[in-house]
Ligand binder design. Sequence first.
Ligand SMILES: Cc1ncc(COP(=O)(O)O)c(C=O)c1O
Length: 442
Amino acid sequence: MSVSANTETTDILWQRALDLDAADPLAGYRDHFVGTDTDLSYLDGNSLGRPLKRTVTDIGSFIQDSWGGRLIRGWDEEWLELPQKIGDQLGRAVLGAAPGQTIIADSTTVVLYKLIRAALAAVTDPARTEIVLDTDNFPTDRYLVEGIAREEGLTLRWIDADPASGVTVEQVRDATGPATAVVVLSQIAYRSGFLADLPAITAAVHDAGALVVWDLCHSAGSVEIALDDADVDFAAGCTYKYLNGGPGSPAFAYVNARHLAGLQQPIWGWMGRKDAFEMGPGYEAAPGIRGFLSGTPAIFGMLAMRGTLDLIEEAGMASLRGKSRLLTAYALELYDAWLAPAGVQLSTPRDAELRGSHVTIDHPAFREMTATLWDQDVIPDFRAPQGIRIGLSPLSTSFAELYRGVEAIRALLAGQESGSASPAGPAGAPGGFDKTTDVPLN
Ligand SMILES: Cc1ncc(COP(=O)(O)O)c(C=O)c1O
């Protein structure tokens, strides 16, 4: 079936993008981000969020005034408290977590390691010898759990997750029981964008007498989260996706207050010790969430996310989630009109309740095509074996930007089908649109 642009459909879809942007209560937030005044279509905010314009001045003044002006005094005056201060703001704005349970530290990988080991240490029943995880969880989660199982002599119980959706409550109920110690899952599947039922799964894990560690990398800043209400035990996530912390910005760790008193995390560094600057003999964990630190906090990496947390507090996560649902729904409209007829598979749930903020589509041509798209300033990401992920950041992605990106994919598929360029899109579409239609397929 043809994927060349039908002018009437194209006009309707373009007009719809314009209408959705005009009606979007968050549209003005796009102006807060660097680079949004160009025709580049950025569809990878689920991997690395755009920087805020404010970050340019915040980092500049940090160097000038704070680091350059206060020098080593900065630690006592402000920096030492930042991991908890920003952690509390993140808890309030994004995680549904009361103060004192969230801290910024390390990378997600390291934080997850600490949390899983801490969760295991909190399990006292020697009959609980299994860690439950799923086959489609993010690689770092799987590798960590495999390594920890080897270190601790534990058994892995794998949930066979559908790569086009994700882990269900029933699967968790089936996989857990008297032998389960800890369950490790992602709230949003990195591949499909499937949104797991965090409250129901947490309750199912607790019914089995086990503890749960959630990976929130793809959900922090894209969906509403209520960790305290769901009585989640432990959670971790990164801050460089929907929180715009920048490449390699540190992760966050959430530990439910009821676990904090006896917490035993495995990386005993001086920053997590009681009275760190006493530098005394032996390790005694600092009280509360601070005991979760290990080494010197990455202050630079924490600065950028503050701007996004301020914006989220102003707009509210409910409105971000509302926009995200509209963005993914519009992505599905474009998919149905243009990509399904070209044989592209949808690997994300159609039910808006079951998906986060990215849409994954599969086609054998996508591996090679992604490089061409990037050359055209259309930037999704590729996930092996043949998936393109269209990541939609509620604060910075516009509907017109999404239209331009998917139109470019359509045009490349059409060019491949006919062996030539596809006809141009509707008059009035931004400049990048025309450019995408006459690029030869490589
Ligand atoms: C779901 C998920 N978990 C974990 C990670 C790994 O995080 P890090 O590289 O910050 O350790 C990522 C990175 O993209 C991710 O998407």
